[in-house]
Write a protein that binds this ligand. Structure first.
Ligand code: HSE
Length: 283
């Protein structure tokens, strides 16, 4: 049996809508072996069928490699589903990478990224799930960007889901030029702040006008928790991907008092770190 693990990802990172993404150390782990038919263990019964994203990506990659193969996979999924932490991307990346691993080939990350980007329809979860760290992507091109270790990363996972389809549907089809200019400047300066560890620049740049104003209406408690966090520590508070999870990037860890108040609202608070992309786990 072989094992691979794929990290959670936080897409957009504020103003980097559909371009920026960050790998975080919450993982889905897949224990895999070749089989005479496809069998999945530990997956949500709703998704235990041939439409499962892991299986679809596995077979698409096998077809590309001209290998006819089936898989038995045991899912240990720590990435919450439909919460804006890249659970779909992790399944796709895990399935595509499994095709390489079961064929005793090194994981071709560029092929895994191409398949995941195509299946997802946007590259910002797929890129960090594959390559790790902070990635900026534009169609098939992706680059890893430097990250300062000055900042603390925390995710706030609410007790409800937000569907990515709905969170995309509520966005305007077009934006005025001043909004486009502002968001472009913010995305560029945010990348500089994350690389250099400059908190003042982080706070100025980490403001999004493309999706947050619309999507926060789907996240009950967003304004309250944002205020609690940003009154407690210097830094930024964002929607992770299309939500419902939120992410803070801060100079210091949030206080126990703030954490308790947020937990009392039913949200789970997890302290996380940027991490590597997909890897085979050698035991
Ligand atoms: N960039 C995508 C969005 C990520 O915000 O819709 C979805 O996970």
């Amino acid at each position: 049996m072989k094992k691979i693990k794929v990290p959670a990802t936080s897409a957009n990172v504020g103003p980097g809508f559909d371009c920026l993404g960050l790998a975080l150390n919450i993982y889905d782990t897949f224990t895999i072996e070749q089989s005479d038919h496809d069998i999945l263990h530990g997956t949500d019964p709703r998704y235990n069928n041939s439409d499962n994203l892991f299986l679809k990506a596995f077979h698409e990659t096998c077809d590309m490699l001209k290998k006819d193969m089936h898989i038995e996979a045991d899912f240990q999924c720590d990435i919450p589903v439909s919460r804006g932490l890249g659970s779909s991307a992790a399944l796709i990346v895990g399935g595509a990478a499994s095709a390489f691993v079961l064929n005793n080939m090194p994981i071709d990350k560029d092929i895994v990224f191409a398949i995941a980007r195509e299946m997802e329809g946007h590259p910002d979860n797929a890129a960090p799930a594959v390559y790790g760290g902070l990635c900026a992507s534009m169609e098939e091109t992706t680059v890893q960007l430097p990250l300062s270790d000055n900042f603390h990363y925390t995710v706030y996972i609410p007790p409800f889901e937000v569907s990515t389809e709905e969170a995309r549907r509520i966005l305007p089809d077009s934006y005025p030029r001043n909004i486009a200019v502002k968001n472009t400047a913010h995305a560029i300066l945010l990348v500089q702040a994350l690389g250099s560890g400059n908190t003042e620049l982080l706070e100025k740049a980490g403001i999004d006008s493309i999706h947050e104003p619309y999507r926060k209406t789907l996240i009950h408690g967003f304004d309250t928790i944002k205020e609690l966090v940003t009154n407690d520590v210097r830094g930024i508070f964002l929607i992770s991907g299309s939500g419902s999870t939120c992410l803070s990037i801060t100079e210091h860890s949030i206080s126990m008092d703030t954490e308790k108040k947020i937990a009392a609202m039913g949200w789970q608070v997890r302290h996380v770190n940027p991490t590597e992309g997909i890897a085979e786990v050698k035991e």
